[in-house]
Design a protein around this ligand. Structure first.
Ligand code: KIV
Length: 276
């Protein structure tokens, strides 16, 4: 039976089973209204820690907290009932030990009702991924460019251009795959490396800036809508251009308030005259 013929929410295992069947579709979601609009169209929604930069104006994802991830995870769960929902583990919530990672992930699953967590890291996180998956917590891996490491890597450039980088991404993806991740995000990685990894790992690969060779794609929803326009990396496509439309709407509202044409009679409550 196809996963779309069923009414239940897609599970991480359903996402994994799509490898080799058809491309996997994912976008980030942070709020209830966006989750409602996305739900019919994506296989899984990622409550990404990118919300720190996109919604809160932080300079990197490092400042994102568990409370932020849980509040937005709950909002996305309230707006969806079909797509699988994966919530990012924020920086500091899992790197220290596999036990801390389990406590953080269990809290995210219990308090949001989502069915999986994502964490960044390669070979150094493999033991943690195995610890979580063997104890009932499905994990989406994340290798290649890892934004939470910005303070040690120093930038957001694409990877895989030197033999040393290629070898590291290969080793990271294999370690996370062997550890039992149900899927692996590959971010900011040149096409031949993404293609090679996709062909070698059991888990589906989900690319963001990692070419069409991956088993699926994910993008930040505000990028897709053309709302977040501070910068546009090469891998982003604006499928709509909402920022100017929103600006126009705000300007029109301001104008109508100033010239007193809004609110009009149709927006105004009056006291009904009593009937004789
Ligand atoms: O935080 C995020 O939104 C992500 C995706 C961009 C993969 O990690």
């Amino acid at each position: 039976m196809s996963v779309h013929a069923t009414k239940r929410r897609l599970a991480p295992a359903d996402i994994q089973a799509l490898k080799g069947e058809r491309p996997i579709v994912s976008l980030t979601a942070y709020t209830t209204p966006i989750a409602k609009l996305l739900d019919p169209h994506v296989d899984f929604m990622l409550v990404g820690d990118s919300l720190g930069m996109v919604l809160y104006g932080l300079e990197s994802t490092v400042g994102v907290t568990m409370d932020m991830m849980i509040a937005h995870g709950q909002a996305v769960m309230r707006g969806s009932n079909r797509a699988c929902v994966v919530v990012d583990m924020p920086f500091g919530a899992y790197q220290e030990s596999k036990e801390l990672a389990f406590r953080s992930a269990a809290r995210i699953l219990k308090e949001t009702g989502c069915s999986a967590v994502k964490l960044e890291g390669g070979a150094e996180m493999a033991e943690t991924v195995a610890f979580l998956t063997s104890r009932g917590i499905p994990v989406l891996g994340h290798v290649g460019l890892m934004p939470q490491l910005i303070n040690t890597t120093g930038g957001y450039r694409s990877l895989g251009r030197s033999e040393k980088e290629v070898e590291k991404i290969r080793r990271d993806a294999k370690a996370i795959d062997d550890a039992g991740a149900f899927a692996i995000v590959i971010e900011g990685t040149v096409e031949p490396v993404a293609r090679e990894i996709t062909g070698q790992v059991r888990a589906p690969t989900i690319g963001i800036g990692a070419s069409p060779a991956c088993d699926g794609q994910v993008l930040v929803v505000d990028d897709v809508l053309g709302v977040f326009t501070d910068f546009k990396p090469r891998f982003v496509k604006h499928f709509a251009n909402l920022a100017p439309l929103m600006s126009e709407a705000f300007a029109a509202y301001a104008q109508e308030v100033r010239d007193r044409s809004f609110p009009g009679p149709e927006h105004t409550f009056q006291v009904k005259k009593p009937t004789a």
